[in-house]
Structures are given as C-alpha cells and as structure tokens.
Ligand binder design. Structure first.
Ligand SMILES: Cc1cc2nc3c(=O)[nH]c(=O)nc-3n(C[C@H](O)[C@H](O)[C@H](O)COP(=O)(O)OP(=O)(O)OC[C@H]3O[C@@H](n4cnc5c(N)ncnc54)[C@H](O)[C@@H]3O)c2cc1C
Length: 406
C-alpha cells in the first residue's frame, strides 16, 4: 500500500505546526514543507509582538476564541518541553475614562465566557502594584497572559518535522498549486511535485496561492504594516509586563500598546497602516503589483471610506514619532521622546471580504485535497498548535480517498 504524501506551503509557525500535526495523525505519511525564504519564521512569525494571548476579546464560540484557549494550553506545554523561553508576565487592559470602563466590563464578561483563568477588574491602587508607572482609572488584569520566543517555537517545530522523517525545503517558492482529480500538483522553479494532500499556510501570499488552485478570489490579503519603537535599556523598567488600551470599536486595529518581550526589551506599538509592499519590511519599499492589487479593488475603497477616522489616527503615528510616543504616554506618562528609538516593522496578512469588511475570525477554505489558511491574524501565533489540530482534523474529515488508504 502506498503512503500518503502531503505538502505544506509556508514555513511560518502555522505551516510548521500543521506539518508536525500531520505526522501525528498520519505517522506513515511523507510530509514536505515548502518555504520560499532561506530560513523558517522570517515573516509574520518573526516580526510580531511575541505575546501569548489569553483569549480576552474574541467572540465566544468563534474559531479565534476556541483555538486561542486551546493554543495557549498546547503552546505553554510545548515551550516547556522544548526549552523555549516562555514567561507569564501578565497583562493589564487599562481604562482611562468612564466610556472605556464600560467597554472593559464587557471584555471582562467575554474573557470569563471564553474560560480565561483568573481575570479580574482592579482599581488604580492595584494597577500601581502590578505596573508602578502605569496610570488609569481601572484595569482588567490577566495574570497568565505570557510572552514567548515564537521563532524559537518555529525552529523546534521544524526540528520535530525533520526528526519524524519529513523534509523542510527552504528556498523553494511555490508558484502555484493545481488540483487534479486524484492529486494536487505543487509547482516550483525546481519543477512539479505531486501530493495526495496540500495545505497552504502562506501568510501574506495566502490568497494568491488559494486562487492558483481554483479557490475563490475573496477574501483577499491586504497588508497592513505595524511599526514598533523600542524603549532604551535604561528606561525599559518602566514596563514590567503588557500594558494595553481598551479596544475602540471605531478603529479596526488596537492602537499603540506597551509590550515586554522575552529578550527583556520593551516595544511600543504596533500602529497599523496600508503597506506599499506585502513584504516591505524596510521603510520606503514599494511593490507596484502589490499596491495595484490592494488599491485596485473596490473592497479596499469601501474599507477606506468607512475608516477615515482610523486612517487619520494611524497616519499621525506613522508620520510623527512624537504622536506615536504620545499614544504610549497615555498609559505610562514618564516615557519621553528621548527614551525611544525605532524598532522593527511587522506586516499583517489581513484578509478583506469583497464588501470591504476585514475578516475577523480565522478563515480556512478549500477541498478534500487542497486546503488553505486564508486569514490567521493575531492571535494566530498563540493559536498555531490548535489551528494545526483543527485543520488536520478538517482534512481527514473531508474523506480524501488517498488519505483513507494509507
Ligand atoms: C505586527 C504583528 C504583531 C503580531 N503580534 C502577535 C502576538 O503578539 N501574538 C500572536 O499570537 N500573534 C501575533 N501576530 C499574528 C501572528 O504573527 C500570525 O498569526 C502568525 O505568525 C501567522 O503564522 P503563519 O505561519 O501563518 O504566517 P507567516 O509567519 O507569515 O508564515 C508564512 C510563510 O509562508 C511563506 N510563503 C509565502 N508564500 C510562499 C510561497 N509561494 N512558497 C513558499 N513559501 C511561501 C513565507 O515566506 C512565510 O515564511 C502578529 C502579527 C503581526 C504582523
């Protein structure tokens, strides 16, 4: 009997978690990961805030809510077993006024509904005990929200895949995936390879690969960059853990927050603005094809028309470091312009529906032979091991005859 052959496209945290999960579910299968870059975790996985989200905000019952909680459990255990740095530094979501306080109570109720342990509302005195330099009229405290080394997790996953007999092919860009009646063909510049099952986890390129296999054109990826500033080492002690604003429903992205990272540095940000290139990590990078695709769609202009106040807020923080720092000073007033220097940039692979709304939940589409993760924004890294469980279960449930044979 022939073995199942499966390909995973993308060597970010989700692709590698999926490949490892395929080995668990189909121990005899031949698994190949295709990654276009020279290393794993070079895109979103290596350019994020490094937070293990506890699941405070998400709509109860949504994939995000369920897979985030399960993901935390799996990730904490995985980091421990593989000696990857993980620290439950805790998080405060801080209200500055009565309106925010009302919204914070609603988030508290959601967090409880999502089963987040030990979350509670606290007043200014307790805020000072936990974060001596933070200010606010009240906060939601989530003591188990953590930080982790996500690239370290990705490297450990890649080692697991290889130890189980799988291959991680770096420098292999997949140009297209073609679905045939009894196989899926993966096309790279090195030629064509045939598989029984293909799962694409291609982040910023996910819609393009999905379209190449005949999947729907929407939702399409619109890249939004997020710039970070770093607190200088001498002032990093102003932030002990994670200090976040109360989300404002008028804005699609959270706004500047303060995050301690696992290497001891503290970052401010990220803001959010349309990126002129899907993978433009250097400021000023422009890709005309990427830009044309983003702004050439009606969906984008529908989104833009609905989000003028957000564009105004975000453009201020893009154009002016002072304005960026001012947003952070709302929470920690002692931070000054002299305390920050430019940090890295991350780019969100955010899927947008044809009506211009942003896909909020994780989106998985496809057939019994080719499945695509088309939207995995934050908390995608937190949820990666649970997303992998979910999509592999989904693949097996779709009764692909080649998989059933093995
Ligand atoms: C600024 C920012 C902050 C974030 N903060 C957090 C956080 O604190 N906590 C959290 O849980 N989540 C966070 N996220 C979200 C998280 O980073 C993502 O959900 C997660 O990294 C997605 O993993 P991925 O493997 O799908 O994508 P990626 O890490 O982007 O990996 C996709 C991979 O596919 C490869 N690829 C693409 N096209 C091809 C092709 N054609 N052929 C071969 N390979 C290809 C790419 O090179 C890349 O390596 C953040 C994201 C951003 C951008």
């Amino acid at each position: 009997m022939s073995h199942t052959t499966a390909a995973v496209i993308g060597g970010g945290i989700i692709g590698l978690a999926v490949a490892r999960e395929l080995h668990h579910a189909l121990p005899d299968a031949d698994i190949t990961v295709f990654e276009k870059e020279a290393g794993v975790a070079t895109q979103q996985t290596g350019h994020n805030s490094g937070v293990v989200h506890a699941g405070l905000y998400y709509e109860p019952g949504s994939l995000k809510a369920r897979l985030c909680r399960r993901g935390v459990e799996l990730l904490a255990e995985y980091a421990d077993r593989h000696d990857v740095r993980y620290e439950a530094c805790g998080k405060l979501v801080v209200a500055q006024n009565q309106g925010e306080l009302e919204r914070l109570h609603a988030i508290h109720a959601r967090a409880v509904a999502n089963g987040v342990p030990d979350v509670r509302m606290i007043g200014p005195a307790e805020i000072k005990e936990i974060e001596p330099h933070a200010r606010g009229i009240a906060a939601l405290h989530s003591p188990h929200t953590a930080i982790v080394d996500y690239p370290g997790i990705a490297r450990a996953l890649a080692s697991d895949v290889e130890a189980a007999g799988g291959q991680v092919k770096l420098g292999h860009e997949v140009k297209a995936v073609h679905e045939r009646s009894a196989e899926a063909v993966v096309v790279t510049e090195h030629g064509e390879e045939r598989f029984d099952l293909v799962i694409t986890c291609a982040g910023l390129q996910s819609d393009r690969l999905a379209r190449s296999s005949g999947d729907a054109s929407a939702p399409a990826i619109v890249p939004f960059f997020g710039d970070y500033f770093l607190l200088r080492r001498e002032t990093a002690e102003l932030v002990k853990g994670l200090i976040y604003p109360v989300p404002d429903p008028r804005y699609p992205f959270l706004g500047v927050h303060l995050t301690r990272r696992i290497d001891g540095t503290v970052v401010l940000g990220p803001n959010a603005f349309l990126s002129l290139a899907r993978e433009g990590y250097q400021r000023g990078t422009i890709s005309l094809p990427d830009l044309r695709e983003a702004v050439g769609s009606l969906a984008f202009w529908r989104f833009a028309a609905r989000n003028i106040p957000a564009a105004f807020r975000e453009s201020k923080s893009v154009l002016s470091t002072r304005s960026f720092v001012e947003q952070a000073r709302t929470y920690v007033p002692e931070i000054s312009l002299a305390d920050v220097r430019r940090g890295p940039r991350g780019i969100r692979a955010q899927a947008m529906h044809a009506d211009g709304s942003l896909a909020d939940d994780f989106v998985i589409t496809g057939t019994s032979r080719v499945l695509h993760i088309r939207n995995a924004p934050s908390p995608g890294a937190t949820s990666s091991l649970a997303i992998a469980e979910h999509i592999v279960r989904e693949a097996l449930n779709r009764k692909n005859p080649q998989i059933a044979e093995s």
